[in-house]
Design a protein around this ligand. Structure first.
Ligand SMILES: NC(=O)c1ccc[n+]([C@@H]2O[C@H](COP(=O)([O-])OP(=O)(O)OC[C@H]3O[C@@H](n4cnc5c(N)ncnc54)[C@H](OP(=O)(O)O)[C@@H]3O)[C@@H](O)[C@H]2O)c1
Length: 289
């Protein structure tokens, strides 16, 4: 059996991993929530790793509140930088492969073509900055790592854009959504499957990889398709980032070039509309069961 620790075990991505874990009988999982293991506390991390052996650690723990991070800089740093550093040090000492999740927000969004793993990072928010510094803690300390940058995660679990749009469509008659930020949504269950495929393959091609679903859309396009597929009765309008102000600045363009991970794992690209359909069906199933 391959022993796998999942940190941040109650978050969206970790719950997606848990939901497909039965499809991977050769993997033996332990999921730890923030109450069980605080990755920002080196004593807790070292103590836990000294008593338990793992082959892989999937770090799903993160400070993910992009706007709040502008005001809670120290907390965001503690989780996203110190937490990543603690896991890097401990995984190195215990010969554990670390699979760490990062974000399209490490880029400034001035590109015109999808970002490759070699493109220069230049985060424009506290969240993006802390995630980039977390990456650097890992790449500078640990030889055996996979850092997977992803974008616009959603699923039937936890809070996310799809679930917010579904809720708003029941509460409101009209809604405006920004049409000047372009990216690609990613069904967190598709990302979960990619992570588990990496482990199953026992690949030694360590490094940084980009993964998202396929396509290039704005948040407005995404909302439009969510309402279309869910047959929601709401009037949708376009707005822009100057009108819809948020504490954190977001990249105008953050599409990721995913060819490196597709060739590593021989993956078929999954069109974003198709994954949205799968997620909406899972949400409907959960509501009816
Ligand atoms: N969501 C997105 O749109 C998106 C986009 C690109 C990349 N990502 C990255 O994808 C990864 C997974 O995101 P997600 O959507 O699954 O996030 P999430 O639902 O917010 O889950 C993050 C989890 O981390 C836990 N956590 C926070 N501080 C911790 C600590 N000190 N020790 C241990 N656990 C801690 C949280 O637990 P508590 O709730 O108990 O604090 C939470 O359960 C993150 O690295 C994120 O940066 C996300």
């Amino acid at each position: 059996m391959i022993k796998v620790l999942v940190t941040g075990g109650k978050g969206q991505l970790a719950q997606c991993i848990q939901s497909i874990s039965n499809d991977y009988p050769s993997l033996d999982f332990v999921f730890l929530g923030s109450n069980d293991l605080d990755i920002s506390n080196i004593n807790e991390v070292e103590d836990y790793f000294s008593k338990n052996n793992f082959d892989y650690c999937i770090n799903c723990a993160a400070y993910t509140a992009v706007d709040k991070a502008e005001e809670e800089q120290e907390l965001a740093k503690k989780v996203n930088i110190t937490g990543a550093k603690n896991l890097a040090i401990t995984c190195k000492n215990k010969d554990v492969v670390l699979i760490h999740i990062s974000t399209d927000f490490v880029f400034d969004g001035t590109a015109k073509l999808p970002y490759t793993e070699e493109d220069t990072t230049n985060p424009i928010s506290v969240y993006g900055q802390t995630k980039r510094e977390g990456e650097l803690e890992i790449t500078s300390k640990l030889p055996q790592y996979f850092i997977i940058r992803t974008s616009w995660l959603y699923s039937e679990f936890a809070g996310n854009f799809v679930k917010t749009m579904l809720r708003l469509s029941k509460e409101k008659e009209e809604l405006s959504v920004v049409d000047d930020q372009t990216g690609c949504p990613t069904y967190a269950k598709d990302l979960a499957a990619v992570i588990l495929k990496i482990i199953n393959s026992q690949s030694k091609k360590f490094g940084i990889y980009h993964y998202s679903n396929q396509g290039q859309i704005t948040w407005y396009d995404f909302a439009k398709e969510i309402f279309k597929q869910s047959k929601a009765n709401i009037n949708l309008y376009k707005t822009d980032s100057n009108t819809f102000k948020t504490l954190a600045t977001r990249p105008k363009y953050s599409v990721l070039n995913t060819s490196k991970i597709h060739s590593l794992l021989n993956l078929e690209p999954i069109q974003w509309e198709k994954s949205l359909d799968k997620c909406l069906k899972a949400i409907t199933f959960d509501q009816n069961s």
